[in-house]
Design a protein around this ligand. Structure first.
Ligand SMILES: C[S@@+](CC[C@H](N)C(=O)[O-])C[C@H]1O[C@@H](n2cnc3c(N)ncnc32)[C@H](O)[C@@H]1O
Length: 190
């Protein structure tokens, strides 16, 4: 499977269907309760961030993206109003916790160097309507459901945390299945 995609001329390390599925997911989640900010750990090239940036510009949200290396597509990200931070995530966790805790609904995207540790660290600041997402997710390491070759976070890694899978009830369930198929896990606080 091709794991690096180019959309609108920018690269992202996502499933070929991820752009459409994530857009649908953001729309459905936002309709239930408006998203105030998206906080992304692991910009990579910045391609996925541009999707968040376009979506946020259209829907009145803010995007913050953090990576320890300058993203290749930084110019595009900043043109979309994304606040780009180049730093080691583990050195700035305090400011990220404050950002999550600020007023309004936060979506926390864990796609950095160690997804389980990022979820374990950041879930503590989630407010009741906030969501935390992790990429390279599969229910188990040998799960047949995900079409994505990388499995860096499974249910076992976050067992015991006060988190439950987001179900979007009442609402369309299909999008959550599609999120799993493109290797994204989504949780809220119990
Ligand atoms: C899988 S890539 C991100 C892919 C990107 N989200 C996408 O969809 O195209 C993981 C990124 O995490 C970054 N990273 C790893 N450890 C980090 C750390 N301690 N602090 C900040 N960024 C880190 C890497 O530099 C890399 O760009």
């Amino acid at each position: 499977m091709q794991t690096r995609m180019k959309h609108f001329g920018v690269s992202m390390q996502q499933h070929p269907d991820a752009l459409a599925v994530l857009t649908e997911f953001l729309d459905v989640v936002h309709k239930k309760e408006p998203i105030t900010r998206i906080i992304e750990i692991g910009s990579g090239y910045g391609g996925l961030t541009t999707l968040f940036g376009i979506w946020a510009l259209e829907n009145g949200a803010d995007v913050f993206s953090i990576d320890c290396y300058p993203p290749k597509h930084r110019k595009v990200m900043e043109a979309l109003g994304v606040k780009v931070t180049v730093d080691d995530f583990w050195k700035i966790t305090r400011s990220i916790h404050s950002l999550i805790e600020s007023e309004g609904r936060s979506l926390v995207i864990c796609d950095g160097g160690n997804k389980p540790h990022e979820v374990i660290e950041l879930h503590r600041s989630l407010k009741p309507t906030d969501l935390i997402l992790a990429h390279d997710y599969a229910v188990t390491r040998d799960c047949k459901f995900s079409e994505w070759p990388h499995r860096e976070i499974t249910d076992k890694d976050i067992k015991g945390l006060p988190l439950m899978p987001e179900r979007l009830r009442p609402g369309p369930q299909g999008v959550m299945e599609r999120m799993r198929r493109v290797a994204w896990g989504v949780w809220r606080r119990t």
